[in-house]
Ligand binder design. Sequence first.
Ligand SMILES: *Cc1c(COP(=O)(O)O)cnc(C)c1O
Length: 397
Amino acid sequence: MQKYTVDERGYYGDFGGAYIPEILHKCVTELETAYLRIIESETFQNDFNQLLHDYVGRPSPLYHSKQLSERYGAKIYLKREDLNHTGAHKINNTIGQILIAREMGKTRIIAETGAGQHGVATATVCALMQMPCTVYMGETDVKRQQVNVKKMEMLGATVVPVTSGNMTLKDATNDAIRDWCSNPADTHYIIGSTVGPHPYPDMVARLQSVISKEIKVQLLEKEGRDYPDYLIACVGGGSNAAGTIYEYLDNENVKIVLAEAGGKGVDSGESAATIHLGRSGILHGSKTLLMQDEDGQITEPYSISAGLDYPGIGPIHANLAITKRARVYAVNDDEALRAAFELTRNEGIIPALESAHAIAVLEKVTFDTDDIVVLTLSGRGDKDLETYFKYESHFAK
Ligand SMILES: *Cc1c(COP(=O)(O)O)cnc(C)c1O
């Protein structure tokens, strides 16, 4: 049987590994030696579960959407990560990693952020644990995402605008790595998705796997069996998707469907559909599928959704796509917007634009009427209101 979790060398099939500068070797090895021992310890499990319960508000509900079920001809459940503290799944990972950092004796936290969601989730747990926090953010994003910058500062974090490259997420990540190289002894780098050198993709997937652990319990209670026929999630770096599928990777009864951002169309030149467009390469310490030109230069991704416009993808998902364990659809901006307005008007839930890409996939799959479908609604739409207001006259009828 195919194994879809990480191997002893830190790979998922051909993807993953730890391609890092010599100076980081010690940090990454230290983390690799520590993370499983810590995650599996009783102290960690108690602290993690208690914070997820009392601070984040878990378990997140599994909501049967009658409207989506009727419309798409299957029994469709939404896994409500949008109801978490700070409004998305990202907090599951930052809580887990700060507990690991504390256990490792680290006293300072750094992070990268694109739109600012991971930055806010990191600044939040740093306030909670009273640890100093520096967040690297491309200057372009700093200008576009003023509310999140102000939130991070209000939470006590230092936001460092990055002015290299296109001044977006890729460049912010480079600077965070540079900081980590200069401060290896006291600093933990909280990466925001299932990306980066091994052990990050595996560590983040394990921390997010609380999503699929809860789905198992909730489905058993509601349906009398602990697995669905379909799991659906959107993929930027891949953390909410990894959390959604983690417990079901080896259960071939469960079909995995992923939504990546098509932007203005896969062939438009303005897209973030990494799996459709990417070729194998190395970025931020990991071998994965990357959007790149003929010379191997990373091409700038585009999506209306800031959380999905990363030029790479987690090595887990690159492998799931190549081995055909997962089916991956590219969802364009207009399809995601339409799905967002429909969910808002018909269910009273304003989804994050990222999550709307997962909703839009329902159109593309043909279900049997008795299929049970679980779709992860990764976040709420508060951060996307300006975009929604701009397009409202187009899509809301
Ligand atoms: C950041 C974000 C994503 C994309 O990140 P993944 O690591 O792929 O999950 C998706 N949805 C929301 C709401 C986000 O904030």
